[in-house]
Design a protein around this ligand. Structure first.
Ligand SMILES: Cc1cc2nc3c(=O)[nH]c(=O)nc-3n(C[C@H](O)[C@H](O)[C@H](O)COP(=O)(O)OP(=O)(O)OC[C@H]3O[C@@H](n4cnc5c(N)ncnc54)[C@H](O)[C@@H]3O)c2cc1C
Length: 400
């Protein structure tokens, strides 16, 4: 950036952090879809959520609103609206990309469709995206969302209720189950984040079993859609040292396995209080809409019914980095063994259980995180980035 003044850089940074809504048709028209919701390459989902909400619109974005639009989109993107509309990449209409050789290209279904295919699931290997255009949907109504907190003795009942939600999916609903310390630090807690894109009555019916289980914390209410993507922000603040290990499961969850995970995790963070802000997060998403798109249609390989989760470790002492990461890999290995025991056909197949954005570089539990799409990605990598400039996040090996 030699020769560019700091004010120019600030302007560039500001411009890359914006989100705007473009509504086709007459000025102010809020009629028929599609609407486009634009997020610049450096924007966070907060900007996208708020720009959409100002027009009664929303798209599929991150569940923690200070996450970047860029990495989340380029690796797939699961959000609260995925049950209805699929992944973030399924709602990406076009992207403007700066390639390694400096060319600027628009990628879409009609312009450079091979690059557009690669961006949707392996995107950080192909260039710098400076502009994303998403399909947006009407989201005029408020949503039923919030946090229910339970004492640890409810664990087995909670797991049965989660299994029931997963066995009876509803495209307008989602949930997360979180093992963590209570927000007031009073001890271990099981947290359920509830989401229903509908009325209070519909939400209460969907989560009736949890509400009957006498939560000790209940913040669930009818809120504007962007609020649901702020619920985890207090636990996902910037700073600290962090390890983010993708875990995954094939429903139904086994209550005995979950009890052992809970006990081991709580013992670990109570043994080392520096780990106290850590959490285990299990997502419950209706995957049916996501799976309507075949795996070879985009570069993302983990498009299947396996549910995602995260072992999210936080600490402050750099001397503990290796120890904590090694412990986290051990936990991750137990989840993989549990999955393999239930779904033996994964052993030799190409199905990828691990979501690429929940795998730190070098931490993939599968040898090939691109699955059946690897060959095509290698060909495109050789075409668009032959000198392997973009190689930091899950690099695609160039063909020999
Ligand atoms: C607190 C938290 C909550 C999360 N919640 C969700 C969730 O709800 N759903 C979900 O699917 N995932 C979620 N994730 C995972 C998330 O998708 C990944 O961490 C993703 O990499 C975040 O993107 P970023 O741009 O913020 O990250 P960064 O670390 O900035 O980027 C990640 C990678 O993408 C590249 N990259 C970023 N922007 C661009 C761009 N414009 N052009 C080219 N390359 C780019 C970077 O170079 C880097 O290699 C969450 C992660 C965190 C930490």
């Amino acid at each position: 950036m030699a020769g560019i003044s700091s004010s120019a850089i600030e302007t560039l940074r500001d411009q890359l952090a914006t989100a705007t809504v473009h509504i086709p048709g007459s000025k102010g028209h809020r009629g028929c879809l599609p609407h486009d919701n634009h997020g610049s390459g450096g924007a966070t989902w907060k900007a996208v959520d708020e720009a959409g909400a100002a027009h009664g619109l929303a798209t599929v974005g991150g569940t923690v609103n200070h996450t970047g639009v860029g990495g989340l989109t380029l690796g797939g993107g699961y959000g609260w609206l995925s049950g209805q509309y699929g992944l973030t990449i399924d709602n990406l209409r076009s992207a403007t990309v700066v390639l390694a050789d400096g060319r600027v290209m628009t990628a879409s279904a009609t312009e450079h469709p091979d690059l557009f295919w690669a961006l949707r699931g392996a995107g950080y290997n192909f260039g710098v995206v400076v502009d994303f255009t998403y399909q947006a949907y009407h989201q005029g109504n408020r949503v039923y969302a919030g946090i229910l907190g339970f004492s640890p003795d409810r664990l087995e009942s909670i797991i049965e209720l989660l299994n029931s939600l997963l066995a009876n999916p509803d495209a307008r609903s989602g949930a997360m189950c979180i093992f963590a310390q209570a927000p007031d630090g009073s001890g271990p807690m099981i947290i359920i984040i509830c989401f229903y894109n509908g009325t209070r009555e519909e939400g209460q019916e969907r989560f009736a079993g949890f509400l009957a289980l006498e939560p000790v914390l209940n913040t669930v209410d009818i809120v504007p859609y962007p609020v649901v993507n702020t619920l985890q922000n207090p636990q996902a603040t910037y700073g600290d040292r962090k390890s983010f290990k993708g875990i995954f499961y094939e429903p139904p969850l086994d209550p005995g396995f979950m009890r052992s995970v809970f006990n081991e995790f709580m013992a670990k963070i109570q043994d080392d209080l520096d780990l106290m802000p850590s959490a285990i997060i299990l997502e419950c998403i209706d995957m049916r809409k996501i799976c309507e798109t075949p795996v070879p249609a985009t570069a993302l390989a983990s498009r299947n019914l396996t549910q995602n989760g995260i072992l999210y470790l936080r600490w402050t002492d750099p001397a503990k980095d290796l120890d904590h990461r090694a412990w986290a890999r051990g936990v991750q290995a137990k989840w993989k063994a549990e999955l393999d025991a239930r779904k033996r056909d994964l052993q030799g197949g190409v199905e990828v259980p691990q979501y690429i954005n929940y795998a730190e570089p070098g931490d993939s539990v599968v040898p090939n995180i691109y699955g059946e799409n690897l060959g095509r990605l290698q060909t495109l990598k050789a075409r668009y980035d032959p000198n392997n400039v973009f190689h930091k996040m899950h690099p695609i090996p160039l063909p020999p």
